[in-house]
Design a protein around this ligand. Structure first.
Ligand code: KPL
Length: 314
């Protein structure tokens, strides 16, 4: 560990967290952390301070959170800021935060996809961590969030620095009920999650089905076609699946996630149903760019990208 990281580890208590982006994940993090640290939920509009969490075990937890709006931030310095907005609005939110916070404030990025993290890491002057999570959550209105299933969160910096801070954050999140671990290859973890999101989300968003319905014909064939293109792109980018080799490893991973989240409405389908912009640029954009770089066919990925882009512009 380098001396700066060591100093961070001892100096940092992470006693106060700002969670910027009061969607399902942001509210889940705030509600889980608030029994252990000061957690402030920050939105573009004032989030409701009273929030209910339905746990995977069927409990209902009601908590009063500190809340703030991004345009009028409190005059205090958080130990760490969690950015849980969509990838599309993350950079703008960071620019606003940068004007209000000390330059060395640590930031943790929870965005899906690949690309927004690199752009923010280049702009933010303090430590930047990335988180890749399989926690599943969805909201019911402004007051309630359902923690649909327990997952796991990987945390690390893209350049491998700030190990002390990342490990402290992983401990704090784990203690709060969100099992987390420090990893030294967060870039690879982000690509793996992107691969899974790309194979599932555009299809369920297009057909309006649960993740589990992808196992049935004719959807199954669409998933397989996506996996084929994704596996070739991942191989060209030297990103390996977590288990197994090549396309078989990616198949195994995608179908495992489909089984584990069978009853879920994926985030992209929730966005479509709510009339919100989808994250197709953050999830499919990097795959298309890589396919172009390596001169690979990405016909199906392209088709889904066009469909989602056209939906948004109407
Ligand atoms: O992460 C997801 C999402 O809903 O965005 C899963 C459930 C893995 C589907 O891609």
């Amino acid at each position: 560990m380098n001396p700066r990281d060591e100093a961070e580890q001892t100096a940092m208590t992470l006693s106060s967290h700002w969670i910027v982006g009061p969607g399902a994940l942001g509210r889940l993090i705030a509600l889980r952390l608030t029994d252990h640290a000061r957690a402030t939920l920050v939105g573009r509009r004032p989030p409701s301070p009273i929030q209910r969490l339905l746990t995977p075990e069927g409990e209902t937890l009601t908590r009063r959170l500190a809340v703030a709006v991004i345009g009028a931030l409190p005059d205090e310095t958080p130990a760490i800021v969690h950015l849980t907005t969509k990838a599309t609005t993350a950079l703008a939110a960071c620019d606003t935060l940068a004007r209000a916070l000390p330059a060395d404030t640590p930031l943790v990025l929870w965005q899906n996809g690949v690309g927004s993290q690199q752009a923010i890491a280049r702009r933010w002057s303090g430590p930047v961590l990335c988180a890749s999570t399989t926690e599943g959550a969805h909201v019911q209105g402004d007051l309630q969030v359902t923690h649909a299933g327990h997952g796991h969160t990987f945390i690390g910096a893209l350049d491998g620095r700030h190990g002390g801070l990342a490990s402290q954050l992983a401990d704090d999140l784990s203690l709060a009920g969100l099992p987390s671990e420090l990893v030294d290859d967060i870039g690879v973890r982000l690509w793996r999650k992107l691969a899974v999101n790309a194979a599932i989300n555009p299809l369920v968003a297009h057909f309006g089905i649960t993740n589990g319905e992808l196992r049935n014909p004719p959807y199954r064939l669409h998933v397989e076609a996506m996996i084929e293109e994704i596996a070739a792109i991942m191989a060209a980018e030297s990103v390996t699946p977590p288990e197994g080799d090549g396309i078989d490893g990616w198949r195994q991973l995608v179908w495992q996630v489909v089984d584990a989240t069978a009853n879920n409405l994926a985030s992209m389908l929730q966005d479509v149903m709510a009339g919100r912009p989808t994250e197709h640029e953050a999830i499919l954009g990097p795959l298309l760019a890589a396919a172009r770089r390596h001169e690979l066919s990405a016909e199906h990925i392209q088709m889904h990208f066009r469909y989602l882009a056209a939906r948004q512009s109407t």
